[in-house]
Design a protein around this ligand. Structure first.
Ligand SMILES: Cc1ncc(C[n+]2csc(CCOP(=O)(O)OP(=O)(O)O)c2C)c(N)n1
Ligand SMILES: [Mg+2]
Length: 340
């Protein structure tokens, strides 16, 4: 049974997806201009998974994320200025500039850890679920990770214990492995996993598993909502495979921007190069959602244009804030490193 979203929720989802898209694109531009160092990954193309999924959490729930963390953290209402300051290694970053892009962890938003070690967060998220269960706090632990993580041994250990102990954990696997275009459900083989479909893996551990089109906001709300309900009812861990088509800018080691997103691409793709046009036409979750809002009469083109304008202003402020933030003092290098 599909959940009916309120008009305000639809607009808020659109705003958050736009915020993530423009944040990530601004980051690519800043990096290309040599304004920050270090490796980073972006969440472009997966916005319709993280935004609706994380909107269903309670404030006190835990979230664990991976090398594509920016979108998840912004989806939980992080301040984009403090996010960027962290990525730049500045003092006003969420972790005083010590985490950088790969380890941004705003604990106040429920992010106990971000780890770019593929699958590194699965045991941590499982452990947090164990703690929540022991404390009977009612908290749920949500673990977001890529399809590549399923290759790692830590996954087997986590699934096994979560299943045996019926822990309140949601394993939300973002499978961005599909190339090409078309609806992102069904036959998605991972190039590095012998298991197919991926849901067979948690199923072997008796963890109920569902697939969802990760570009479909409403479908994500339904499937994640259902899984969270079961977890909160004490039924134990749940697994979801959210399938998306990989953004063409994420095919090499560093993100490459094929075109700067404008909401007008939702109704006019004439400026997009033929080589990447299919993705923006059929697979871009942001444009898919905007087209749906327009087609169903939830918003006008002008409203969407104004929404984007506001988001761009927010990003410009965030950039100013982050670059104005000082670098940490040398004397603070060892602060927060050891437990006291
Ligand atoms: C343990 C470990 N091995 C290798 C890497 C290098 N690495 C970084 S991202 C990545 C791909 C991960 O694939 P997936 O989890 O599907 O995420 P995606 O980048 O596709 O979103 C790899 C192998 C790493 N960070 N950690
Ligand atoms: Mg992947």
């Amino acid at each position: 049974m599909a959940t009916e979203l309120t008009p305000a929720t639809r607009i808020e989802f659109c705003r958050k997806m736009l915020l993530i898209r423009h944040f990530e694109e601004a980051l690519i531009t800043l990096h290309n201009e040599g304004r920050f160092r270090g490796h980073y990954h972006v969440y472009i193309g997966q916005e319709a998974t993280g935004v609706p999924a994380l909107s269903l959490l309670q404030a006190e729930d835990y979230v664990f994320t991976t090398h594509r963390n920016h979108g998840h953290i912004l989806a939980r209402d992080a301040d984009p200025g403090r996010m960027l300051a962290e990525i730049l290694g500045r003092r006003d970053g969420y972790n005083k500039g010590k985490g950088g892009s790969f380890h941004v962890a705003p604990v106040e938003l429920g992010f106990l850890q971000t780890s770019a070690v593929v699958a590194g967060i699965l045991p941590l998220a499982t452990g947090a679920a164990y703690a929540a269960r022991e404390k009977q706090s009612g908290q749920v632990s949500v673990c977001l990770f890529g399809d590549g993580a399923l290759e790692e041994g830590a996954v087997a250990e986590s699934f096994n214990l979560a299943s045996i102990w019926k822990l309140p954990v949601l394993y939300l696997c973002e499978n961005n492995g599909k190339y090409g275009h078309g609806k992102a459900t069904g036959a998605m083989r991972s190039s590095t996993m012998s298991v197919f479909p991926l849901t067979d893996l948690p199923t072997a551990y008796k963890i109920p598993a569902q697939q969802v089109d990760g570009t479909d906001v409403e479908a994500v709300i339904d499937v994640v909502g259902d899984a969270l309900k079961k977890i909160r009812a004490g039924e134990g861990p749940q697994f979801i495979e959210a399938q998306t088509v990989r953004w063409p800018g994420s095919v090499s080691n560093w993100p490459v921007l094929p075109i700067a997103t404008e909401v007008s691409l939702a109704w006019d793709l004439s400026s997009v190069l033929a080589a990447v046009k299919d993705w923006y036409q059929f697979s871009d979750p942001l444009l898919i959602f905007i087209r749906k809002l327009l087609a169903e009469g939830h918003a006008s083109k002008d409203q969407i244009v104004q929404l984007e304008k506001g988001v761009k202003e927010k990003i410009a402020e965030a950039i100013q804030f982050a670059f104005a933030s000082p670098e940490p003092d040398l004397q603070s290098a060892l602060e927060g490193v050891f437990a006291s």
